[in-house]
Design a binder for this molecule. Sequence first.
Ligand code: SF4
Ligand code: SF4
Ligand code: SF4
Length: 254
Amino acid sequence: MKTKPRVAVFDFADCEGCELEIADLEEEILELIDIVDIVSFREVMKEHSDTYDIAIVEGSIMRPMDEARLRNIRSKAKILVAMGACATMGGINKIRNQWMPDDVMTAVYGDADLEGNPLFDVFKTKAINEVVPVNYYIHGCPIDRDEFKHVITSIALGKKPEIPRYPVCVECKKNENICQFELGAFCLGPITRAGCKAICPTHNSVCEGCRGLIKKAETDCVKDLLERYKLSYEDIRRRCTMYNFGREECGVDE
Ligand code: SF4
Ligand code: SF4
Ligand code: SF4
């Protein structure tokens, strides 16, 4: 009988909300356990193993000690999956990169003596792929549970996961939502990767771009929308201040 791939879940700087989404799969997790062995997952189990095939990594890298730990995880894993916006692109943790790390530490900790303490030795926030090679991405803040299952199942079966490369607007139109621009709001859906079922505009909120950017607004519905509201891709790109902060290139992640 073929052995199941061993999966370990790790976290760095983040809120652990993506791990919570996995825990919230409840009975559906049984379908995954049929095809993989989960050997480490601090949020839900006590057992731990340093022998694994697939490392799922959540969170951003903020310190030299995180970087060393991540390199060690990478060295043991055949496949590394970056999970959630903090990991895939630095996410909201990258907002602080507009200031120098020392200034951020002073703003938070005042004049406390932190010299020489590695816990407080921080550098500018990095996404996982700025430190080690990443094989696959699970986008979102938080991730979509169905997409998580799809990605892990595909990897376990030796297939490439299919991740949307079209914009949120496509899913939003399918849901027959009134466009947020029509309501006077500014939405990042036209340049953001779909896959979340357009959950924010469907619940009357704007898209903030948590699944990362697509390269071009190529679909007809986006072209029409940009034309109607006299917007360019760059106009929308400039509004990406929550996620995608400081990313020079758009759509770099698969
Ligand atoms: S991507 Fe969002 S939900 Fe996931 S860990 Fe980061 S902040 Fe939390
Ligand atoms: S701009 Fe936003 S609200 Fe309008 S169609 Fe696109 S995703 Fe939906
Ligand atoms: S609509 Fe936008 S912000 Fe909301 S979950 Fe989807 S990609 Fe993220």
